[in-house]
Write a protein that binds this ligand. Structure first.
Ligand code: FE2
Length: 151
């Protein structure tokens, strides 16, 4: 693809010389071949629904952070101008956006595991016990720290 020059997505086919047109067509065909190759896989292992959910969660996660940035700016602006009511409202909304972002952050590993479950044959997956052990120990430690001493 690099040998053809430029990224395939940015190559306009119309109005270019025949050689460039040929390159564009080749890129298009290559793209179709990839799509065709992906098709049967999805037919066998499901519709890629889990992957779509993961992609959505990732872009929603990014969106929430853009919103957090916006409300942080509004909050700061309002504070600077002495508009305490607007600052208070912006702060409240920002906090909601942050809790949504942290919810999504927790969903991403869950959804990723669902993609693995749906798309990767069991033989290619790592055995659950190999990673679960150190993780479980860490969780217990974290729990012990959080739990206040009993009286
Ligand atoms: Fe939001």
């Amino acid at each position: 693809m690099k040998q053809l020059g430029g990224t395939p997505q940015t190559v306009p086919i119309e109005g270019l010389d025949p050689i460039a047109k040929g390159a564009g067509a080749a890129v298009e065909i290559a793209g179709r071949a990839v799509a065709a190759a992906k098709g049967p896989l999805h037919a066998i292992r499901g519709t890629g629904e889990q992957e779509k959910m993961l992609k959505n969660a990732k872009s929603e996660y990014a969106d929430e952070h853009e919103e957090i940035a916006t409300y942080t700016a509004i909050e700061t602006l309002a504070e600077t101008l002495g508009d305490t009511q607007t600052a208070k409202l912006a702060r409240a909304i920002r906090r909601e956006e942050q809790s949504m972002a942290s919810f999504l952050e927790r969903q991403i590993p869950v959804l990723t595991k669902a993609v693995v479950q749906a798309e990767i044959p069991p033989a290619q997956r790592r055995k659950a016990t190999t990673r679960a052990r150190p993780k479980r120990a860490a969780t217990n430690k974290a729990k012990a720290k959080r739990t206040p001493a009993k009286r």
